[in-house]
Design a protein around this ligand. Sequence first.
Ligand SMILES: NC(=O)c1ccc[n+]([C@@H]2O[C@H](COP(=O)([O-])OP(=O)(O)OC[C@H]3O[C@@H](n4cnc5c(N)ncnc54)[C@H](OP(=O)(O)O)[C@@H]3O)[C@@H](O)[C@H]2O)c1
Length: 318
Amino acid sequence: MRAVVQDRYGPPELLRITELPEPEPGPGQVQLRVAATSINLSDWENLVGSPAYARIGGLRRPRRPVLGSDIAGRVTAVGPGVTDFAVGDEVYGDNLFLKGGFAEYAVAPVTALALRPDGLSAVDAATIPQSGAIALQGTASVTEGDRVLVNGAGGGSGTFAVQLAKRAGAHVTGVDNGTKLDFMSSLGCDEVIDYRSDDFTRGRPPYDLILDMVTGRSVFAYRRALARGGRYGCTGGPARALLRVATLGGVVGLATGRRIGMLVIKEGPEHFEPLARLCVAGEVATRVDSVVPLDEAPAALARVGAGRALGKVVVVPG
Ligand SMILES: NC(=O)c1ccc[n+]([C@@H]2O[C@H](COP(=O)([O-])OP(=O)(O)OC[C@H]3O[C@@H](n4cnc5c(N)ncnc54)[C@H](OP(=O)(O)O)[C@@H]3O)[C@@H](O)[C@H]2O)c1
């Protein structure tokens, strides 16, 4: 089978497209003919080996030679003990542990997968699992009238988080780079901020919830931007900033009547299927920037890494 292989950490130019043996499903796993795999920031982080958490399990060399975790496809073989799925089932999920979606075939544990609902294409389904789980858990506490700020609102998780917060009746502010301001408004943001020219932690009424995909500022800046009783949760960013939030954030939050901490995202179908149902019902929209063949996966990763994508970039191995 054809696959996009990563031999070491570095830029997308290091990726090569080559023939590999089809992976065989082990106990509790299925083999999929990959129909679509969306690119997440986590793919980029695993490609370049930064932040530091991207090297967990593979300090010097990537643990998995083929990236791609948000995957949709048809089951082509089942491993020992698998009863949940059968050959021919159309499934999707976040194969975060094994990855392998940038290839014609991949294997995934059944625990990561769900049946793809009728009315959801493979391309749309592949955009949902990882970003959807982050967005659902990140906005779970939002209630009518809350002031919500999504930092990184123009990205994969932010796209869903903005729509979910609006659906819950919040006033939503989106922060991202200046090229994504119209895109964030089209998602429903009431206010948009360019992070390159404006600091959202200053000069605005405080927020009840800040959901942060990038975590670049100090704990004290986050505290300043939060209303009393408000909550700050971050999902990704530089390891040092995450560590600060996980340690100092808790103390500063507690001392000032706010909650500041990391969001550890629970994985698995029960954490993304509710969003897929909303998408099928037309209440939340998937946003696809582009759909590319396997040969163009390295260029597509570069596009995502450079922050040029408006919505998800999806690789279709063909
Ligand atoms: N906590 C967990 O358990 C867990 C689980 C899975 C994934 N994650 C992590 O969660 C994060 C999710 O991100 P995602 O998939 O939504 O990423 P994404 O699609 O790349 O979106 C991030 C957005 O943030 C923007 N951005 C960059 N720097 C910014 C800044 N200083 N201020 C505001 N916006 C900025 C980016 O734009 P530009 O770069 O173009 O400017 C991009 O539009 C990733 O880091 C992933 O590794 C966490």
